[in-house]
Design a protein around this ligand. Structure first.
Ligand SMILES: Cc1ncc(COP(=O)(O)O)c(C=O)c1O
Length: 355
């Protein structure tokens, strides 16, 4: 800093905070890309890949978003020394934001539906965060705004800022990492990338990157039951509402600002029983437990791979492992809970017959 130059009040703290996040980033490794050689697809020249986002320090794809949202809020002057950070979340983002709030020594409040898995609640508390529960997903927004007002804090608002806080042109975003890790594969530029949408931020980042890089890749969003995005994608009516999704992390009761429908080439509606069946099947194929939104991705991938096979088309299909099954011991990986919420249907899912 030049002699005699007066730094704005609080700037030193913000610089130190940005430095702490950069150092954390420097200590972190990128996530793996897992190839799944699956017949009859491989024999037909179709390769399946999963970007394993469960290996981030906070266990999900939301680790990247939380880092971007904190840098965005710090650089906008919205978060300063002592600011209480508040977020509305289905759980995953709140776990990752609690981690970064702790890194910066800031209070953190997660506003979540009461149904959020207890494992995620424990993780938020583990990172020093406080949980504020509401009865259903549609109430999180106003409740988070109120908590921010009551504490004089900042509502991070992932649903609005996810699509703009992430650098979609590069900077090792999820898309750049996925495409560069495909460099030595037999079909390095995938035909399809399949993701779910909660905020819509992941699909927005990948969709923009694909176009910016002028790839021929198409983007597909795997949509669970009870979500508004498929109808919105068809009609463009942003006032649409829906009952809400039972697949944690994806599907929304209202159209979110970060869901950019013009970036999405195709929506595939996946019945919840297929999501759960696919979650279990892929888990068996990879030898580990996965989260339900990864099952939704896999079910949609199989639909696309089957269509490619029928057309005699060769190529790669990529998707994400969004988080691990260890977060869902009390619900999606508990047979009694599945029976109670989904009945016996899961074992009859057509997904299983395709494998
Ligand atoms: C487990 C899980 N999968 C997928 C997503 C969807 O990601 P995005 O919010 O970027 O659309 C989320 C979002 O919260 C999630 O928690």
């Amino acid at each position: 800093m030049t002699a005699g130059h007066v730094q704005p009040a609080g700037a030193a703290w913000v610089h130190r905070a940005i430095g702490l996040i950069q150092a954390d980033y420097q200590r972190s490794a990128d996530t793996h890309l897992i190839a799944l050689p699956l017949e009859p697809y491989r024999g037909a020249g179709i390769d399946l890949y999963f970007k394993d986002e469960s290996t981030h320090p906070t266990g999900s794809l939301k680790h990247r978003l939380a880092r971007s949202l904190f840098l965005y809020a710090l650089c906008n002057g919205w978060v300063r020394e002592g600011t209480t950070v508040v977020e509305a979340s289905s759980g995953s983002t709140a776990v990752s934001e609690a981690y970064f709030a702790q890194l910066l020594g800031l209070p953190f409040v997660a506003v979540m539906p009461r149904s959020t898995s207890p494992e995620k609640v424990d993780l938020i508390t583990f990172y020093g965060g406080r949980c504020h529960f509401v009865d259903n997903a549609a109430q999180v927004y106003d409740a988070a705004r109120q908590v921010a007002a009551d504490t004089g804090g900042h509502y991070m608002d992932q649903f609005t800022h996810a699509e703009r806080a992430t650098d979609w042109r590069g900077n090792n975003n999820i898309a750049q990492s996925m495409f560069s890790q495909m460099a030595h594969e037999r079909h390095p530029v995938p035909c399809w990338v399949v993701v779910g949408a909660g905020t819509g931020g992941t699909s927005a980042t990948i969709g923009r990157f694909i176009r910016y890089q002028m790839h021929h890749t198409q983007l597909c969003v795997a949509e669970p039951e009870g979500s508004v995005f498929s109808a919105y994608h068809r009609s463009g009516d942003a006032t649409l509402q829906a009952p809400g999704s039972r697949i944690e992390g994806i599907g929304r009761p209202r159209v979110e600002a970060s869901f950019i429908r013009t970036l999405i080439d195709r929506m595939i509606d996946v019945p919840d029983v297929d999501s759960l069946a696919a979650m279990h099947s892929l888990g068996r194929l990879l030898g580990r437990r996965l989260g339900p939104s990864t099952g939704t991705n896999f079910a949609a991938m199989l639909t696309l791979a089957n269509e490619m096979r029928e057309r005699g088309e060769r190529g790669s299909v990529m998707s994400l492992i969004c988080d691990g099954g260890e977060r869902y011991q009390h619900n999606y990986h508990d047979p009694a809970w599945v029976q109670q919420h989904f009945g016996q249907l899961v074992v009859e899912s057509p997904v299983l017959t395709r494998l």
